[in-house]
Write a new protein. Structure first.
Length: 277
């Protein structure tokens, strides 16, 4: 999935980190419109939101899908304008009508949260599906979660796993962790501790504290991996450093069962892991 949005792929509410993810690309169109969009993008990136709005709004009114999406984000987050979910919904709808997957996802979020529109999980699911079918990882995860718990769609763990796998394959850490849990518990798939460990590890390596905690427990119990207190301590300590209290308590419990050499090695592994990040 490609996009010329300066704001990048669709975001969780209240976040604007997308601005840093993508190199700006010019719109297909007249040189003047391309230059105007680029001027707006440059202004946005330097924090001159008034100029960005001035450049993008005429383009959006002329039907430029990228400008429409960007205005939706500005009004959704209250960046350079007063926060206005109804106006954000209007611009996302216009961009969505032109097939923009990020806009599809944001409409799903707005229906899911009741922002600018009445809350409606069923309608949210329809928009998430549309975005997910276009390869949108956040929508794929959201849709998987909805099937997982039966929110707005029939509860179906097998379908949830299908969507989680698609999102996880794009590096979505929460999807990777949740897939680990699905295999760990045998939800929608045959129970398989080894596969659970594989998914937990992918998420844990990206800093997901819940995955680090579960991976540590797998090493403590010897489930899916050989029992290894050194590795268990490493992952539990990393999760504890991220505020996971269960990990902290379990780390302290196994510490008393470890030899001084094991404890030294475990702490070294923690330092090495942190130094690489």
């Amino acid at each position: 999935m490609t996009s010329s949005h300066v704001m990048g792929h669709a975001l969780p509410m209240k976040q604007s980190f997308v601005l840093l993810f993508f190199l700006l690309s010019l719109l297909v169109g007249s040189p003047a419109s391309s230059a105007d969009f680029q001027n707006g993008s440059n202004a946005y990136l330097r924090g001159d939101y008034a100029t960005a709005l001035k450049e993008w709004k005429p383009l959006a009114e002329q039907g430029d899908v990228n400008a429409q999406y960007n205005l939706g984000v500005m009004y959704r987050d209250g960046v350079g304008v007063s926060q206005d979910y109804k106006t954000a919904f209007k611009w996302f709808t216009l961009a969505s009508e032109q097939g923009d997957a990020n806009a599809h996802y944001n409409l799903g979020r707005m229906y899911s949260k009741g922002l600018g529109v009445p809350q409606n999980s069923k309608t949210a699911g329809k928009w998430f599906t549309l975005a997910a079918e276009h390869g949108h990882a956040l929508a794929q995860f959201s849709l998987g979660w909805m099937y997982n718990i039966g929110l707005g769609v029939p509860q179906d763990n097998k379908t949830a796993v299908t969507w989680y796998k698609l999102a996880a394959g794009q590096g979505h850490t929460s999807a990777q962790f949740t897939l680990g849990r699905m295999y760990d518990k045998g939800l929608g798939v045959p129970q398989n501790s080894k596969v659970a460990v594989q998914w937990y590890k992918l998420a844990a390596e990206q800093g997901n504290a819940s995955a680090q905690y579960n991976l540590g427990l797998m090493h403590v119990k010897g489930q899916g991996v050989p029992q290894d207190y050194t590795r268990a301590y490493m992952w539990l300590n990393l999760a504890a450093l991220r505020g996971n209290y269960g990990a902290r308590n379990n780390r302290n419990l196994i510490e008393g069962k470890m030899t001084p050499t094991q404890l030294e090695n475990a702490r070294r592994l923690v330092r090495e892991w942190l130094e690489k990040r």
